[in-house]
Design a protein around this ligand. Structure first.
Ligand SMILES: [Cu+2]
Length: 382
């Protein structure tokens, strides 16, 4: 008997795979059911409860020597989100947030994720981990219909920050990603982070910033269109997507998600690690008034970090990490330094830092005041 699942997945699932010589070959190659079993029964298992970005779930920076199996659960939620005043997105999300939660494990650990596709959803979804090896990053082993769940385990062999995203095949891939279905995982070295000289480094806080480009269609009158559900939003959204000009570029799902009352916080003297991902498009984070002391620009901890950067580059489809010790109190802006995207399209966060001002680093020697242009300032000109 043809089950509902087979009917839904059979043709669509296989057709969505990249082109291989023959369909039968693809099926055979992707069949993992005959592989030799692995015995992980001697490993300790721990459960991690994921939290909403920019916060990051509880974790150790230095892990015990023995690898562990780290269990996570994630639910896929399709829902409407207001990404700016009057601009509504039919979003697809990992765990209800855009971006999806940051997962943290250590090199050599096994990530074991149970993914639930809520029966309230309309779409098939899956998860492709850039940190994983094989099966399209796990994408071909995790395709779930509404009402289905699946569990994937992969070994975190490479330390670094990596994107994960939904990739259900064909044009569904970019659409699901720009509808919010992306997040990141941080695979720490077992003994924690190291600086450019190999000395251990710790962070006092970690924040996860997921940047998204949205493509919300407009009516002929210039108002943003609003849709009943994700499926209805697709044709108009696709047209905007294919123009490659985003209507919004935001951090953490909406304009102002990390500013004002939602600003990130820190104390002077704290080392803050900013993990920044962009699953679809290049970006260039910059901390106005600060720096990147140690920056893993490509996010991979086996490479020595860059030092003292002013702006760093996150290639679309990757996540990077920047560590900064805040030396002055005040409000810092953390932006995408394409300033049109930062200011006009939304990609701005604030970091409010408490502490004591250091006049040695900066002092306002003369507050702005009127001057007599007949006598002063002339010596400045060449
Ligand atoms: Cu999806």
């Amino acid at each position: 008997m043809l089950t509902r699942r087979a009917a839904l997945m059979g043709a669509a699932g296989i057709a969505a795979l990249p082109i291989l010589a023959k369909a039968t070959n693809a099926e055979e190659i992707m069949d993992t059911s005959m592989a030799a079993p692995v015995d992980l029964s001697s490993l300790k298992r721990i459960k991690r409860k994921l939290v909403r970005p920019p916060m990051v779930h509880e974790h150790e920076q230095v892990a015990p020597a023995e690898p562990r199996v780290v269990e996570f659960e994630m639910q896929i939620v399709e829902k409407e989100m207001e990404v700016d005043n009057g601009a509504y997105l039919q979003a697809m999300t990992f765990n209800g947030s855009v971006p999806g939660p940051l997962m943290v494990v250590h090199e050599g650990d096994y990530v074991e994720l149970t993914l639930f596709n809520s029966p309230d959803n309309l779409m098939q979804h899956n998860i492709d981990f850039h940190a994983a090896t094989g099966a399209l990053g796990g994408g071909s082993l995790t395709l779930v219909n509404p009402g289905e769940k699946t569990t994937l385990r992969f070994k975190a062999t490479r330390p670094g920050t990596f994107v994960y995203h939904c990739a259900p095949g064909g044009p569904m891939i970019p659409w699901h990603v720009v509808s919010g279905m992306a997040g990141a995982i941080m695979v720490l070295p077992r003994d924690g982070l190291h600086d450019h000289e190999g000395k251990p480094v710790r962070y006092d806080r970690v924040y996860y910033i997921g940047e998204n480009d949205f493509y919300i269609p407009k009516t002929e009158d210039g108002d943003y269109m609003r849709f009943e559900d994700v499926a209805e939003s697709y044709p108009d959204t696709l047209e905007v997507m294919n123009g490659l000009i985003p209507s919004h570029v935001v951090f953490n799902g909406k304009v102002g998600a990390l500013t004002g009352d939602n600003a990130l916080t820190a104390y002077q003297g704290e080392k803050v690690l900013f993990v920044h991902s962009q699953a679809n498009r290049d970006t260039r984070p910059h901390l106005i008034g600060g720096h990147g002391d140690l920056v893993w620009e490509r996010g991979k901890f086996n490479n020595p970090p860059e030092r003292d950067l002013e702006t760093w580059f996150i290639a679309g489809g990757s996540a990077g990490a920047a560590l900064y010790e805040f030396l002055q109190p005040g409000v810092y802006a953390y932006v995408n330094h394409n300033l049109i995207e930062a200011v006009n399209l939304g990609a701005t966060a604030h970091v409010v830092v408490q502490g004591d001002w250091n006049n040695d680093l900066m002092e306002q020697v003369q507050a702005p005041t009127e001057y007599n242009a007949a006598y002063e300032g002339k010596t400045a000109l060449p």
